[in-house]
Design a protein around this ligand. Structure first.
Ligand code: MN
Length: 226
């Protein structure tokens, strides 16, 4: 489950992240906002019925921005949130976009090692869209690669994109990483991803974005149907 923020504005109604996240990034408000999202997501997930969090493969994904990664005390802040909420570190996946991780500074390296030390999972978001040096996969001890939707959307009818995705999956598996495909929207795309041995997929065909309160019910229905 990936936490995605919406802004419920008193006059304008529900505002999508595309409209306010860039401004939050620009102004630096993304730092307190990102921290708020993480705390809310952890405590919300703990309110879901017993059983979901016990599933060994359950992960709560939360996006981290470049500005948050630049905070010297980021790991301490996240440790405090885990402590306050009681959310299990090993079931929290922090998503960092490839372009941020490519800023291969000592500060980034330090921040990622500190995060790893908490026991959380690290995910490279939008994989395949940034600068294609792969050395950092080794340096940063990431757990999951999330392949960008642009590759997934044409995977069923573009032979070259299928080759790229297949290559990313083989590379990831050889390095001991799992792969998430983002943007699976048709049966043909999911079939293709299965053929290519992709581990996980995320997209409208599997589940549309839903309010946190609806996820408990959604997971329960799925569990009963399984
Ligand atoms: Mn993400």
């Amino acid at each position: 489950v990936e936490a995605l923020v919406r802004w419920e504005h008193p006059d304008l109604g529900l505002i999508g992240p595309g409209q306010f996240i860039p401004i939050a990034e620009e102004t630096g408000l993304i730092v307190p906002l990102g921290e708020w999202v993480l705390r809310e997501a952890c405590s919300e997930a703990l309110r879901w019925v017993d059983g979901h969090l016990d599933a060994p493969d359950f992960l709560l994904s939360v996006n981290l921005s470049a500005r948050q990664l630049a905070q010297e005390d980021l790991a301490e802040r996240i440790a405090m949130i885990l402590d306050e909420t009681g959310f299990p570190a090993e079931q929290l996946a922090l998503e960092i976009t490839e372009s941020v991780i490519m800023d291969d500074t000592e500060a980034t390296l330090h921040a990622l090692h500190a995060l790893k030390g908490l026991g959380v999972k690290l995910v490279i978001d939008d994989f395949g869209t940034g600068y294609s040096s792969l050395a950092y996969l080794k340096r940063f001890a990431v757990d999951l690669l999330k392949i960008d939707r642009t590759f997934i959307q044409s995977i069923a009818d573009d032979a070259e994109d299928a080759v790229i995705v297949s290559g990313i999956i083989s590379l990831a598996h050889a390095l001991g990483l799992r792969v998430v495909a983002e943007g699976g929207e048709t049966d043909a795309q999911l079939d293709r991803l299965r053929d290519l041995d992709c581990d996980l997929a995320q997209g409208f065909l599997l589940a549309r974005p839903m309010p946190a309160a609806a996820i408990d019910r959604y997971l329960t229905v799925r569990r009963l149907a399984a």
